[in-house]
Design a protein around this ligand. Sequence first.
Ligand code: SF4
Length: 473
Amino acid sequence: MTGTWLGMPPFPVAAREALGNEQLRTNLRKATGTIRGKRAAVVDERADWEALRVAGKEIKDRTLHNLDTYLEQLERKVTESGGVVHWARDAAEANRIVIDLVRAAEADEVVKVKSMATQEIELNEALAEAGIAAYETDLAELIVQLGHDRPSHILVPAIHRNRSEIRDIFLREMPGVTAALTDDPAELAAAARAHLRRKFLTAKVAVSGANFAVADSGTLVVVESEGNGRMCLTLPEVLISVVGIEKLVPTWQDLEVMLQLLPRSSTGERMNPYTSTWTGVTPGDGPQEFHLILLDNGRTGALADDIGRQALRCIRCSACLNVCPVYERTGGHAYGSVYPGPIGAILTPQLRGVTADEVSPTLPFASTLCGACYEVCPVLIDIPQALVHLRAKAVDAKRGKPSAERTAMRVAQWVFGSSRRLRLAQRLVSIGGRVLGRRGRIGRLPGPFKGWSGARDTATPPRQTFRTWWESR
Ligand code: SF4
């Protein structure tokens, strides 16, 4: 995986900064609360919801256990239908393939339908370097792109923005928008539609992702709410789809289960408004050239991990984000990756490697382990279990290296090893508490103890220890 969002600070640092942003918390609370309510209502309608979840889990597990077989089947079927399959080991390889294909089509711009895989590999940046302009067509993605921003939610990438912020972005960045534009959602959508229509009608090449790929027919599937995706998938001459290798389902019967789980879990709808499927190319109808890039980028590494591999079952519904108390307060940017929230906390460190950068080892700790994410996950990913597993890996990676915590433990061991030393230490702590404390509380502890006091006050130690009290009786 690329060092996505290079330069982002570790989660605790980024989260602390986000916690100071009241507008962000208000926007998030409102948006996630609304989606949570809708999801709960439509899930309650299904008496067989639990059975569906089990079916979803089993389909994905079966697929992952036989991934090589299903991938080869998919490749065969796509090729037989007139498509071309490319294999990309990592981000650099995938970006290179896309750039070569766009150049071969003699195009200097592409339209894109929402694809997390292309954000993961930072395709837009690679295209820009190659002199190719990329235009996001999903409304939320467009807002993020025009705002020179980063996505902060899987389903609603601009969830951190409210209506008036979006109006300001459109006024500033969208060509042809007049100052009369208000922050009415219908007006904002109309402005975006006019802007995008011009792009749809001129772009020769489209880049998409896929929600699913059906192995036994070679069919790609995109589900969306706006219809912009369908324009991307049908109007341009060349269609390039960048798809993670874990997106497979073996058959259309399996797809049927997923298409019941996904909309209810993500948008809280019984069915999503647009489901587009395509198989290779059809002469005279739709794109006449279709390329499928199957992306590994760390996925086979995750697949080899007995506990961590369940993250590859994810169907990117975002239900776990909408119930997570940590995500609701920090927002998605703090996770330093295109995959935020509970799923990001287990997927990102696996795709990048737990010790690959400063951010990854902190992500498994970005959770209270309350289990709300597990309760809503439509494919039963035991996120708390994976978090604990990855925490152990992050700690193991540091074993043997000097750290403030290790030094503190050594000192504690030495102090507790002698009653005389303990007595002296208690006396010093009591005096220190009186010097540093105000009204029974110590706000900020010095030196390596800063980490503890950064998020909580510490009670000042009592003047009399248990030991002295006992002796005085
Ligand atoms: S982990 Fe589960 S709940 Fe979270 S996005 Fe993936 S499928 Fe949805």
